[in-house]
Write a protein that binds this ligand. Structure first.
Ligand code: TXA
Ligand code: MG
Length: 353
């Protein structure tokens, strides 16, 4: 099925230069003709949004600096924030890096394809624009059949950040991609909702011990089981004055339109206060008893399991934005390592500069 994105973006029409095609594709057995068409668009320097097992990515051929520059323009992404390069397998990743330490071999054997991104010294093959001029490159092999089919068909590395405007919510459905990027990119491959729902874990292998730059879908415990010790970028680094180890750690990120606040109790008191002051409120809660009777309240009962919570988080926040809520109150999950990524995203969504 072929449709055209229909959302009218609020930005000046001069920026919206093209009509964005949406092609449906099977998430389990991607149709070869659709993949071939997407590969053609990429080869000619175009931008294609495609599903990964985490979130939808916005792809361009990583070896084509002009195409990669269009990713930054379409997203409104600062040029100092490097992109993840997606490849079909570990052998393709090795071509992009200047060193392939034993840790990389062990981790990729265990976790690729999957939601682990490794930061390694870059080789000269990788254009500077991809790494924001830096000496390292981030690489990963995504686990989604559509992403893998595309990478295999094109036989080239694909640079792909999440397919949203910079600092906004990441997309877990094609509709979310269109909301931000309709008219700015050539093609969206629509394979339905992504299963993971939250971005990959980013691990820096250029430091000893390796350093967790962004908590993500792969829990730290799994990495430690392979590597032993890893360190974590201290909480609050992004708010501090020191240079950012990973520019994507900007304090406000992954944010819905509505103002989001986290609360350490279940939030019911805060929700009642906001509703009674006449505001339309979204509530992310673990409470099972239904308190939804309050006027202006949309209640989202979230799973108590971190993987299930992560899978729903962005979709729930997108849905609350669709409902036009003015405020979102989120009960913060427990301060344990398995909740690290979800807590990180909630804190960044809540950050007010
Ligand atoms: O799950 C994901 O990782 C998704 C899908 C599409 O693969 N991609 C994604 O890309 O989340 P993006 O660009 O939204 O986030 C990439 C993160 C950013 O925090 C960026 O700063 C960091 O990875 N990063 C990329 N290259 C880096 C490098 N060379 N050194 C340190 N951090 C890097
Ligand atoms: Mg992103």
């Amino acid at each position: 099925m072929e449709t055209s994105g229909s959302r009218v973006a609020a930005e000046p029409s001069t920026e919206l230069t093209m009509s964005t095609k949406v092609l449906s594709i099977s998430s389990t057995a991607p149709e070869a003709d659709v993949i071939a068409r997407a590969a053609r668009v990429l080869r000619s320097g175009g931008l294609v949004a495609f599903p990964t097992e985490t979130v939808y990515g916005l792809g361009a051929v990583a070896l084509n600096p002009t195409a990669v520059a269009r990713i930054f323009a379409a997203k409104g992404r600062p040029g100092d924030n490097p992109l993840i390069v997606h490849v079909a397998d570990a052998t393709d990743a090795e071509r992009l890096v200047g060193a392939w330490p034993d840790a990389a071999a062990r981790l990729t054997e265990r976790f690729w394809p999957g939601p682990l991104t490794l930061v390694l010294p870059k080789s000269r093959t990788v254009p500077d624009i991809v790494t924001a001029g830096g000496p390292t490159v981030a690489v990963r092999v995504p686990a989604h059949p559509v992403a893998l089919a595309l990478l295999r068909a094109i036989g080239l590395p694909i640079a792909a950040p999440s397919a949203n405007r910079s600092t906004c919510l990441s997309p877990t459905r094609a509709e979310h991609v269109l909301r931000d990027l309709d008219g700015r990119i050539e093609l969206v491959l629509d394979a339905g909702p992504t299963s993971g729902g939250l971005e990959s874990t980013v691990l820096d292998l250029t430091t000893k011990p390796p350093r967790l730059l962004r908590p993500g879908l792969l829990p730290p415990a799994e990495i430690k089981a392979v590597l032993g010790t890893i360190t974590r970028v201290a909480r609050g680094t992004a708010e501090a004055q020191e240079p950012l180890p990973s520019p994507g750690m900007m304090a406000r990120h992954y944010a819905p339109n509505a103002r989001l606040e986290t609360v350490s109790d279940d939030g019911w008191g805060r929700v009642q206060f906001l509703c009674r002051s006449g505001q339309k409120v979204g509530w992310l809660t673990f409470a099972t008893r239904a308190e939804q009777s309050l006027g202006g309240l949309i209640c989202m009962v979230m799973p108590r399991d971190p993987i299930a919570y992560a899978a729903q988080l962005y979709a729930v926040l997108h849905a609350l934005d669709d409902h036009g809520v003015e405020r979102i109150v989120a009960a913060i999950p427990p301060d344990t390592e398995e909740w690290l990524a979800v807590r990180d995203r909630l804190r960044r969504a809540a950050f007010v500069p």
